[in-house]
Design a protein around this ligand. Structure first.
Ligand code: DX5
Ligand code: ZN
Length: 217
């Protein structure tokens, strides 16, 4: 499966946002991960559709992966689709009809994904596996960057990989050179990394190093 690396814009220097988006694109990463938070679903606010639109304007060819940490993601699918999202990820714990939400994302011509918090059993995803292009397994409690990777979530990746050998499986939270390898061994093929990648003066070298370690694993 194709290994993909996605820097999370949450960890960027917001005073130089355009440059940070271009730095992520030039690093050789596969897509930009944009974390949208509403202070209800998670205890934090981040940014909204204008950041997605900015990413599209600054780096039109850099794929935009949008992670909606919202209690009502269904109310914002069109807003983020209009802003330039190319994958939309909604949480299985959200307060809406998940089947309908995924259907709406696909009806807009986008890749649809369902995300899973650390405390949620992986079986909750089962009813949606035929309606998604990828699954996002959270390896931190969502809301903040820079947290420690929860290795107890790795069996979820193993379970999903056994059930769906060809499905894209993404891991998000606490990913670094060591935990990325653990995640890939468990079945992940898409890695989100925020503080680890944006904290590196040479992001391109860090992306190449991550890729090499994971391919070798
Ligand atoms: C957490 C977000 C993550 C976050 C990852 O709520 O969903 O995407 O940006 O940050 P790091 O890689 O620093 O754990
Ligand atoms: Zn995220």
């Amino acid at each position: 499966m194709k290994l993909e690396i996605l820097p999370s814009l949450l960890a960027a220097d917001y005073g130089r946002l355009s440059d940070e988006i271009l730095r992520a694109e030039a690093s050789g990463a596969d897509a930009l991960h944009l974390d949208i938070m509403d202070s209800h679903f998670v205890p934090n606010l981040s940014f909204g559709p204008d950041f997605v639109a900015l990413s599209r304007r600054v780096a039109p060819a850099f794929f935009r992966n949008v992670h909606l940490m919202l209690s009502r993601p269904d109310l914002y699918i069109d807003v983020f689709a209009d802003a330039g999202a190319q994958t939309i990820q909604i949480h299985v714990e959200a307060d809406c009809d998940i089947h309908a939400g995924l259907g709406r994302i696909r009806a807009r011509g986008l890749r649809a994904a369902v995300a899973l918090n650390p405390e949620t059993p992986v079986e909750r995803i089962a009813p949606y596996l035929d309606e998604v292009d990828e699954v996002l397994v959270m390896t931190v409690h969502p809301g903040y960057g820079g947290q420690k990777f929860i290795a107890g979530c790795l069996p979820k990746l193993e379970w999903l990989r056994a059930k769906r050998p060809a499905l894209d499986l993404m891991v998000d939270g606490g990913v670094n050179a060591a935990t990325a390898v653990e995640a890939v061994r468990a079945g992940a093929n898409q890695l989100v990394a925020g503080s680890y990648l944006f904290g590196k003066p040479d992001m391109a070298a860090a992306v190449a190093d991550l890729r090499e370690r994971c391919v070798r694993s």
